[in-house]
Design a protein around this ligand. Structure first.
Ligand code: ADP
Length: 400
């Protein structure tokens, strides 16, 4: 049986999932067979893979201070895979989440040396993510030169949004040099658009806000399943408040931090990406569950601010859409945190959203009252599956 692997390679971790391709692979017939994670890269690496039934397939860790690179660790994983039959599955391609496709890439593409160079040139636009995405692509190209790899972009879903939604109010020359609003979490939104079309095709053909609320968080305004606006912009810092990222911020604050408070660009980057958001406001944690259980007033304020910011940005996207027919919650907080969903929906009552609190506390997917003018759903996202589906399609196209 054939299989594809999805890889999400970040700064300190590499997540991987193996999908077996069923008889109707062209129509999304994929079964998750195994998955795992290499984590704490650069600190004390640990590698774990398990089957979908929970059977541990591989578990290795290295002592504190072990400086194995992404490439070294992937080599370990591939060496193990070479000695294991993977239940007779033949890996035909590897798909990667690549954060930035720039202005050029509106769809997944097969990786070759020329593409890798183009993606490398985009690293300054996503310095915390893109280099690590590319590290995995390069390492696998070395280890398995004949195994096709496909790059799937987080920006691609937003590529064709209206021109106004892509433009900052900056001089035109900067826009032409790529300083634009790109948008991210596109693989998640694409999956949500597909699932919503299966669950509620009428709503999917209307005006919907998808709310990807995890450690990273953003909203996407979708019209008939296409992105027309989103809260993230040039980088994944923009828009909503996140676990450790500040979201939208008066750019004057950045100038002040550097010119008046003497912070270096590197210190400001660290502050905005790693020390702000829920963590910065609460002073307790970046994790929503920890904050909910904390009882400290600053933790409650961070939770309240998160909901307030989602409500505020959702109002802006409802304007971009010219009204609202539905909202879909997804990712760690969106899928699991009924209290946060309730806080957000109460803020959107003025748009005609009437939350069914009982359904919200249950299993969903529909959590709005039957006569609510704006519908609300909870739909678990699956970016890995989306990557696998794209990868299979691109590889099929190549061999067709
Ligand atoms: P990432 O962006 O890293 O993929 P996730 O989508 O896993 O993040 O979301 C992580 C967030 O989801 C954390 O803030 C975590 O506290 C929150 N979360 C996960 N499960 C729950 C839960 N049952 N209740 C509330 N929050 C949850």
């Amino acid at each position: 049986m054939k299989a594809v692997v999805s890889i999400n390679s970040g700064s300190s971790s590499i997540k991987f999932s193996l999908f077996a391709i069923g008889d109707h692979g062209d129509h999304g017939d994929f079964q998750l067979a195994a998955g795992g994670k290499i984590e704490k890269i650069g600190i004390a690496p640990a590698l774990k893979a398990s089957s979908v039934d929970g059977e541990i397939l591989l578990e290795r860790d290295w002592p504190d201070g072990t400086s194995l690179s992404h490439a070294d660790l992937l080599e370990n994983l591939f060496a193990w895979a070479a000695d294991h039959p993977l239940a007779g599955r033949e890996i035909i391609a590897i798909g990667h989440r690549v954060v930035h496709g720039g202005t050029e890439f509106a769809a997944p593409v097969l990786v070759d040396a020329a593409l890798t160079d183009k993606l490398e040139a985009l690293c300054p636009l996503a310095p915390l993510h893109q280099p690590h995405n590319l590290a995995a692509i390069r390492a696998i190209a070395q280890l398995q030169p004949n195994l096709p790899q496909v790059a799937c972009f987080d920006t691609a879903f937003h590529h064709d949004k209206p021109a106004l939604a892509s433009r900052f109010a900056l001089p035109r020359a900067l826009h032409d040099q790529g300083i634009r609003r790109y948008g991210f979490h596109g693989l998640s939104y694409e999956y949500i658009a597909r699932r919503l079309a299966e669950i509620d095709p009428v709503l999917a053909s209307g005006r919907v806000i998808a709310a990807h609320l995890g450690n990273g968080a953003s909203l996407c305004a979708m019209e008939a399943g296409h992105s027309i606006d989103t809260t993230m912009g040039f980088t994944a810092l923009d828009g909503l408040m996140m676990g450790t990222r500040c979201g939208s911020l008066d750019p004057g604050v950045v100038l002040h931090l550097e010119t008046q408070m003497g912070m270096s660009p590197a210190e400001v980057e660290e502050l905005l990406y790693k020390k702000s958001g829920l963590l910065g406001v609460s002073g307790v944690s970046s994790d929503m569950r920890t904050l909910a259980a904390s009882g400290v007033p600053a933790a409650e304020e961070a939770v309240a601010l998160f909901a307030w910011r989602v409500g505020r940005e959702a109002g802006a996207l409802a304007s971009s859409l010219g009204g609202l027919d539905g909202i879909v919650f997804t990712a760690g907080i969106g899928e699991n945190d009924a209290d946060m969903r309730s806080r957000i929906c109460r803020r959107l009552a003025w748009l005609g959203l009437d939350l069914d609190e009982l359904a919200n506390a249950g299993d969903g997917p529909l959590i709005s009252m039957p006569d609510s003018r704006v519908k609300a759903y909870v739909i678990p996202t699956d970016e890995e599956r989306m990557i696998a589906m794209h990868t299979y399609k691109v590889v099929q196209g190549k061999s067709a």
